[in-house]
Ligand binder design. Structure first.
Ligand SMILES: [Mn+2]
Length: 338
């Protein structure tokens, strides 16, 4: 169900009435969450409101360029922050609706009597919120936040427009994914009008990789395998590889697109041995096979085109059981379309 402009009104009002705000996003935050946090933080401060952004996990290295000054988004420190969190009259949770994904901050969130706003584009949201604007038809939380700022009558400036453009860009795969709509491009156009610089943002988001990451990607390509008559492609990153290249698994979000880029592949899998015995699986689909149906078999979630889940190792066993399910899934797609 998509959200009408009218649905934004009560949340816009809550935002305008707020005085002390705490903004946050899910653990292991991404460009959508971080971009939205910074955009909203700056918009609120420009209105003279007291606002802080505090997350349970650090801003990924690849997104630090979005901050105007180091520590603009704070990494949660209970001794320093618990008083601030308790004093907030309004909490805005961005890009997630399940409070357990706030990590250590879930306790402070649940204990607070503040007005609780969720802005998101995933399916699931807890009942812990006063207001939920979650629109799975929207490609990014950035688009939702843009519409909220518009409903609140806030003027965009480059400091707000730039991280918001980054948010929309990251979650739309640089404006290429299925959920890119006319509205996505209208919003992007308005953000550029307000001072966001697409080329600079694209370069900073995508062309700041380390040599080690690119070399590791080389090994991922070397290890590429195909299965299910060529419709499933997969590769892996072992704990040994991560250690050898000194790469953080959090810096590998796009590597799963390598197997997906092969002709004839419908489902791509990347197995990352985050640590010995702990396997993170990323699944990407071109559309015919539902990546989240595979994830559901293993207790994970996500979208039809992109999902993920975690398994206990060893890697060989995890790979074998996931591939067995993937083959069955591909088989069912063929049976259903026959
Ligand atoms: Mn998102």
């Amino acid at each position: 169900m998509s959200i009408s402009d009218q649905d934004f009104k009560p949340v816009a009002r809550a935002l305008l009435e707020a005085r002390v705000l705490w903004l946050t996003t899910h653990v292991k935050s991404d460009g959508d969450g971080i971009g939205c946090e910074l955009a909203l933080l700056r918009a609120l401060r420009a209105m003279g409101k007291k606002a802080v952004a505090i997350n349970d996990t650090a801003v990924p290295r690849s997104l630090l360029f979005l901050e105007e000054s180091p520590g603009e988004i704070l990494l949660y420190d209970p001794a320093r922050d618990d008083g601030v969190l308790a004093s907030a009259d309004t909490i805005v949770v961005l890009d997630v609706g399940l409070t357990y994904r706030l990590g250590r901050l879930e306790r402070a969130f649940l204990d607070s009597s503040a007005t609780k706003i969720c802005l998101d584009h995933h399916l699931d949201a807890d009942r812990a919120f006063t207001h939920i604007i979650s629109d799975p038809s929207s490609g990014s939380t950035g688009e939702i936040l843009y519409r909220l700022l518009e409903a609140a009558g806030l003027r965009l400036n480059p400091a707000v427009a730039s991280p918001l453009f980054a948010a929309v860009s990251v979650d739309s795969g640089s404006f290429s994914y299925e959920r890119c709509s006319p509205r996505t491009f209208q919003i992007a156009s308005q953000l550029v009008d307000a001072g966001a610089e697409p080329y600079k943002i694209h370069m900073a988001l995508n062309w700041q990789r380390s040599l080690a990451e690119v070399r590791l990607e080389g090994e991922v390509i070397e290890h590429l395998q195909q299965d299910a008559g060529g419709e499933v492609a997969y590769s892996e990153v072992t704990a040994e590889m991560l250690a050898r290249y000194g790469v953080d698994p959090g810096d590998l979000p796009s590597v799963v697109n390598i197997p997906l880029s092969l002709a004839g592949v419908e489902l791509a899998l990347l197995f990352v041995e985050v640590q010995p015995g702990a396997i993170k699986v990323s699944a990407r689909s071109k559309g015919r096979v539902r990546a989240n149906a595979l994830a559901h078999c293993f207790g994970g979630g996500g979208h039809p085109l992109a999902s993920g889940f975690c398994l206990q190792g060893p890697l060989e066993e995890a790979r074998a059981s996931v591939l067995a399910e993937a083959r069955a899934l591909v088989g069912r797609v063929h049976a259903n379309s026959a």
